[in-house]
Design a protein around this ligand. Structure first.
Ligand code: HEM
Length: 89
């Protein structure tokens, strides 16, 4: 049984991610980053977390690094932003 099964499947991830982005968008420490299509963003996050919990994610570290490369190199994304996001997650 995977972690995904144990927490109630993809439906649980989907519900958690929806609640997560409500919190993220209300948090001034990080909401400036999210001037993007949040429907698409939530869909990607659901897919990513679902694959991690199912144990099927391919190179999640590489994917995370490339997804946030521009933010880190050009927009000053740092550990304090990560900590805020992790708190909400
Ligand atoms: C646990 C930490 C995090 C996880 C799991 C996560 C997950 C993701 C995922 C799955 C994507 C989509 C990548 C793709 O396009 O396929 C993404 C993109 C993005 N993330 Fe994160 N993220 C995290 C931390 C952060 C933080 C700390 C910020 C900023 C405060 C952030 C801002 C963004 C933005 C703005 C994008 C869109 C980038 C673009 O489309 O160019 N993320 N993230």
């Amino acid at each position: 049984m995977t972690l995904l099964d144990q927490i109630g499947g993809q439906d649980s991830v989907d519900a958690a991610v929806d609640a997560f982005y409500v919190r993220v968008l209300a948090d001034d420490r990080v909401n400036g980053c999210f001037d993007i299509d949040m429907k698409k963003q939530a869909a990607k996050q659901k897919r990513f977390l679902g694959s991690l919990l199912a144990g099927t994610a391919q190179d999640p570290e590489g994917y995370m690094r490339s997804a946030h490369k521009k933010l880190v190199e050009e927009d000053g994304l740092n550990d304090s932003h990560f900590d805020a996001i992790a708190e909400h997650l």
